[in-house]
Design a binder for this molecule. Structure first.
Ligand SMILES: [Zn+2]
Ligand SMILES: [Zn+2]
Ligand SMILES: [Zn+2]
Length: 454
């Protein structure tokens, strides 16, 4: 008999096995739960009377198990599913209401926007003909500048440069390092464009309207990040407020496109690289989400965004899920030549004092990009914390008003024994099959909103 099976039998014979199963179920079958020891005491705020006392010493193994809450499916599938579900609800609430967001947001100007990175050099693409050029020819390194193959999207060559020496790796890494700033300036630019279009002083925009968004970063095959975002226009008070009459979807589209074209960020000057002017790529897509059901479906958009938050840089083949600390780490990373060259570029440029503020070595594993995968503005919809609190409420951990809670918790370990891992995996599988959220995401995910991801 396998030792994991023997271990599972040992656990099943434990007198506290039922409670243990409850705990594992409460963590959703998390593959790497955190073990805590400690207690909470709930007191009546007025009298000091103890209303409730909970001590982890009563639990099996004298510890409380809590979720690892990792968003990446390669690290913990159950927690990443939960995170995707939360993202789905977070994005969806901003589109159609719910979770304290009024249903009227559905009738506001709402766009699904895709912004791409610049071109840093020609790469092989999937589809009919890769890069046909009748005149053919070679680059200064003697490599062909055209490719007449029809690559399948699964081919590793797709996304790799035609010539690695022509490809502008420094620009690629530095573009990633400034992607967050490009986004911030883009949002400011959209407000500015809207204000200008209706003859409003820029400083007065906030008295008339408010721009909310949720955006997700996705690595393309060429290992460059592009951005999908839901952008919504409300009245000045946010989701509960109607936008002014001039705030139409068409005006918003014009403002988005104009801002995306104009935004420019200058990378710090370096004698090694020169001065780079960084912009968004020419491929900008802004499509309206209509309340009447024409255009991309709201659920499909929410599911599309949710899908990306469970993927780490490693899973998409663009970088690694963990930081690199030495040049050797970069050399031995299980990545394509193209990605390795990008990581090396981050490492090299990260050693230059002029780029120190960009922390390129710290973010070499994500190819210089240091933003979160999902970012949203405050007024867009609910928060992950609120969704977690709501879930805690559902499982009976109700906050009692007018009480104080005194909690002492200590980390005592993490993970499962081999047998516990088997049982947890079974529970996770059961929960996944029964989970309505997962089903919603899966069904909606089949109908992608059709944004280009070349
Ligand atoms: Zn987990
Ligand atoms: Zn090709
Ligand atoms: Zn070349």
């Amino acid at each position: 008999m396998l030792s994991a099976d023997r271990d599972a039998i040992r656990i099943a014979q434990d007198p506290k096995f039922t409670r243990w199963l409850e705990q594992i179920t409460a963590t959703g079958g998390c593959t790497h739960p955190v073990h805590l020891s400690g207690s909470t005491t709930t007191l009546d705020a007025a009298t000091g009377e103890i209303l409730r006392y909970y001590d982890a010493r009563e639990e099996p193994g004298e510890r409380l198990l809590v979720r690892c809450r990792n968003r990446r499916s390669t690290v913990c599938a159950p927690c990443s599913r939960l995170h995707a579900g939360d993202t789905f609800h977070l994005v969806r609430a901003g589109l159609v209401g719910g979770k304290n967001v009024p249903a009227t947001v559905r009738d506001r100007p709402r766009l699904f926007v895709t912004l791409t990175a610049l071109s840093f050099g020609p790469v092989h693409g999937a589809g009919e003909l890769c890069r046909p050029r009748r005149d053919g020819g070679t680059c200064e390194h003697g490599r062909p500048v055209s490719c007449h193959a029809a690559h399948d999207s699964a081919e590793p060559l797709v996304g790799q440069p035609l010539c690695r020496d022509c490809y502008d790796y420094a620009a690629h890494a530095l573009w990633h390092a400034h992607a967050g700033e490009l986004w911030d300036r883009f949002v400011i630019g959209v407000r500015r464009q809207l204000a200008t279009a209706i003859g409003l002083a820029q400083s007065r925009f906030r008295d008339h309207a408010r721009l909310s968004f949720a955006r997700v970063a996705e690595y393309q095959r060429r290992a460059a990040v592009h951005v999908h975002a839901v952008v919504r226009l409300d009245g000045p008070a946010g989701p509960n407020d109607e936008p002014p009459a001039w705030g139409t979807a068409n005006r918003l589209i014009d403002a988005v496109c104009a801002s995306a074209r104009r935004v420019l960020v200058r990378a710090p000057y370096s004698s090694a690289v020169g001065e780079l002017a960084l912009r968004w790529g020419v491929q900008v897509d802004a499509r309206p989400l209509r309340a009447n059901g024409t255009g991309p479906d709201d659920d499909a958009v929410a599911a599309y965004v949710a899908k990306y938050v469970t993927k780490g840089a490693g899973e998409t083949g663009a970088g690694l899920d963990h930081k690199v600390t030495t040049w050797d780490d970069v050399d031995t990373a299980p990545v394509s030549k193209h990605v390795r060259t990008l990581m090396r570029t981050c490492w090299r440029l990260g050693g230059l004092p002029e780029y120190a503020p960009l922390h390129l070595r710290t973010w070499a594993h994500t190819l210089g990009y240091r933003g979160h995968i999902l970012t949203k503005s405050r007024a867009y919809s609910t928060t992950y914390a609120a969704l977690r609190a709501e879930r805690a409420h559902h499982v009976g951990r109700v906050d009692i008003p007018d009480t104080v809670t005194d909690a002492h918790w200590r980390y005592v370990g993490s993970g499962h024994t081999p047998g516990a891992a088997l049982i947890a995996a079974d529970i996770a599988k059961d929960l996944a099959t029964n989970s309505e959220i997962t089903r919603e995401v899966r069904i909606a995910g089949r109908r992608e909103p059709g944004a280009s991801s070349a």
